[in-house]
Design a protein around this ligand. Sequence first.
Ligand SMILES: Cc1cc2nc3c(=O)[nH]c(=O)nc-3n(C[C@H](O)[C@H](O)[C@H](O)COP(=O)(O)OP(=O)(O)OC[C@H]3O[C@@H](n4cnc5c(N)ncnc54)[C@H](O)[C@@H]3O)c2cc1C
Length: 406
Amino acid sequence: MSSPRRVAVVGAGLAAVSTCDALRAQGYDGELVLYSDERGLPYDRPPLSKDVLLGKSGRHDILLRPEQWYEGQRVDLRDGTPVRAIRPRESGIELADGSVVGADRVVLATGGTPRPLPVPGGDDPAVRVLRTWEDAERLRERLLPDARVTVVGAGLIGAETAAVAVALGCRVTLVDPVPVPLAAVVGAGVARALHSRHTAEGIEVITSGVERVERRPAADEVLVHLAGGSKVVAADTVVAGIGIRPATGLAEAAGLRVDNGVVVDAGQHTSHSNVLAVGDVARLDGHRVRHEHWEAAQQSGEAAAGGILGRPLQQAGAPWFWSDRHGSRLEAVGTMADAERTVVRGAPDSGAFTVFGLRGDRLVAAAAIDRARDIKTARRLVDRSVAVDPARLADEGVDLRTLLKR
Ligand SMILES: Cc1cc2nc3c(=O)[nH]c(=O)nc-3n(C[C@H](O)[C@H](O)[C@H](O)COP(=O)(O)OP(=O)(O)OC[C@H]3O[C@@H](n4cnc5c(N)ncnc54)[C@H](O)[C@@H]3O)c2cc1C
């Protein structure tokens, strides 16, 4: 396969920057243009719901790469330049000003946009979301001591936002229709422990859906009407954290295969061989879910570079992610939904413990609170598909690394 002369990357988040980095690392010498509809240098998103909201990190602290990297790597960053269409058949892309630019390969790295609350008033700008630097900046200004903050959605970003808000002295209400959010992702034991921490830290946790949202401009407040008229929660600030929609518009308009994300093969190729997709917007064919996590975005960029240059495919490891809340770190690896049974290591009452998910005698997943070492070994056990003895997994006296040697 001949190396392309110009690669255009649409979007400039982690997956895009990782693609550029890997292309250069793998010897690509042609033109590399990165189009971003945001302004400024590309930045990392996980700190937005952590140190940025806490006021501990500024924009400069969270840059994905320093400014000189773009020049050094000959990555032509066009910030504030949205791509309006991709034209795979004509080997080009169309910018918002109507100009058409040639590109032998196009990498879609458009990420996702927060889902608005699907209820009347749910799309009111008074209902804030957290995806961009600007979102975080505007939200931070509202998280003042004693402010009434209602977070709808107790998944990863909603829970982190609620935890930061309570740490900043806000009066926080967390609303979710599911009694134990994240149970499908990290298992019921870890999910229960995580969720109960909110109440212990002073957050009012309400298990309910939301019926509608009503803005009261005169009082500068928002009323959140809970399902069935059960309660009305008045808030100075409402944040919705109910997940994202993959930004598939360009792919759909170009006639690419889209089904809960732009469908890609292991080399990140879409249904058109000159177009690839990476990061949150892409879904690997044959997999039910998109992995909307940091490491998956980074690795998909590396895979895309290999795909563009025709390198042999690397075997992808099990998906991994982390999340920080109330001073604790959650980490999870693999797919808990694939597990037939679980084994606990450590004492849940202590707050730090690990749950392993097994299918037959193989480890398929693990989730832990504040037990990084367990997860490090669990990743290797999952990736190598080693047969494990459940009793030894549970036994704190057994060094987990010895299980790798069986
Ligand atoms: C607040 C927050 C906290 C997170 N915390 C964690 C965590 O603790 N652990 C973890 O594992 N993961 C976390 N994640 C997830 C992780 O950050 C994402 O999976 C990752 O950023 C996805 O990268 P991406 O490049 O695919 O998409 P994005 O980072 O969304 O980048 C896509 C970019 O493309 C741009 N774009 C879209 N359309 C166009 C267009 N037409 N033209 C030009 N540009 C366009 C977008 O504006 C955006 O800048 C978090 C995410 C958020 C938002």
